[in-house]
Design a protein. Structure first.
Length: 362
């Protein structure tokens, strides 16, 4: 184990705020703007290279998070770029240092979250040798690479299933198919939140999902449990967020409780869950129009869902589509479960490695 050394961040790094993009240039160019929260509109300039370290310094929900940029981008004024002396600390290693325990404690804003360069420069870090940092970052990067590969495979599989759906039901409709309402083809349950005193984060009871904040690529993430569930979704039900933002979509990986921000859908024939998922996905633009409803926040009601116009294909076409997409969806689900396992392994290793335990133990 190499000797660890302590440094004041301001002595081994320089800092710069991102810039406010020019409104008339948004949506143009070959780069993207990046706030630290997400990559958004295209822009003709960049001020940040791929692999740069930054700190989310303003805004709601993510202040204090340390990020690595995944591409060249135009960094906005919500974040601070940290240019480290890579002879002392590597970008990948620094990112992993604060991956689980962020720098939120530096927030000095009163009305709005804010971290200043002065606050950041006074942070004290302790790091091992560069060789040790490379070994630690290599272990964690290999797990991240596996996760990224599975995510990209899932995106490809889902795109293929969407293409099949368009082929069957959008591009080649049969004249004998019937017009109807959403409720003619699907049963659905509007969520209802249980009593707050039934909530816990200790895994006691049944998982409970409140809405968009719980949703992932395909499955929601377990965060809160309840011992007094009110409305339930079954495994493979399609989940749609019904409060702002309306129209986020997931699939239930297990029996779960749904709060008032979620509705659960299943076909009248429960076995047709893949068809249900992609049919609802094809209707999301209609559903998202309800984001403009309500006095403050958008929402969609049971009667709104019941009144959505649809075309109902014949059963043979639906079954044929289900047979083709079931293997794709099974692979997506298996990949998502594998991602959860790898993330658990990574998150278990991370603090032990960063705290100085030898990588050769794993």
């Amino acid at each position: 184990m190499s000797e660890w050394k302590e440094y004041k961040l301001g002595d081994i790094a320089s800092f710069s705020y991102g810039k406010l993009p020019k409104h008339d240039l948004l949506g143009k160019g070959c780069y993207v703007t990046f706030s630290g929260y997400k990559y958004i509109e295209r822009y003709p300039e960049y001020n940040c290279e791929k692999g740069a370290v930054l700190l989310v310094a303003r805004g709601v929900g993510g202040t204090g998070d340390v990020k690595l940029t995944t591409q060249r981008c135009f960094l906005t004024n919500l974040s601070i770029k940290i240019d480290l002396d890579n002879r002392i600390v590597l970008n990948d290693y620094f990112y992993n240092m604060f991956r689980q325990e962020n720098l939120r404690y530096l927030d000095s804003g009163s009305a709005q979250s804010q971290i200043t360069i002065q606050d950041l420069s006074n942070v004290i870090i302790e790091v091992p040798s560069i060789d040790e940092q490379k070994r630690i970052a290599g272990v964690l990067s290999s797990l991240d690479d596996k996760i990224d590969l599975l995510h990209r495979e899932n995106a490809t599989l889902e795109a293929l299933a969407e293409t099949l759906f368009r082929h069957y039901f959008i591009e080649n409709p049969a004249p004998t198919w019937k017009e109807g309402k959403l409720g003619d083809e699907f049963d659905f349950t509007m969520g209802q939140s249980p009593s707050g005193d039934s909530f816990n984060e200790d895994g006691i009871g049944i998982p409970m999902y409140q809405g968009n904040a719980d949703f992932g690529f395909r499955f929601p993430t377990r965060r809160v449990y309840t011992t007094a569930p009110t409305r339930l979704a079954e495994e493979n039900d399609t989940l749609i967020s019904v409060r702002a933002p309306v129209g986020a979509q997931n699939m239930a990986s297990e029996k779960c409780c749904i709060g008032r921000g979620v509705a659960a859908f299943r076909h009248k024939d429960k076995s047709l869950y893949s068809y249900t998922y992609y049919k609802l996905k094809s209707l999301l633009e209609d559903i998202r129009q309800f984001n403009d409803n309500g006095t403050v926040f958008g929402s969609i009601s049971k009667s709104d869902f019941e009144n959505i116009d649809i075309v109902i294909p014949n059963r043979d076409s639906i079954v044929a589509f289900q047979q083709q997409t079931t293997p794709l969806d099974e692979k997506i689900c298996n990949n998502q479960r594998q991602i959860i396992i790898i993330k658990t392994q990574r998150d278990t290793l991370l603090p032990r490695l960063i705290n100085g335990e030898s990588v050769f133990e794993y």
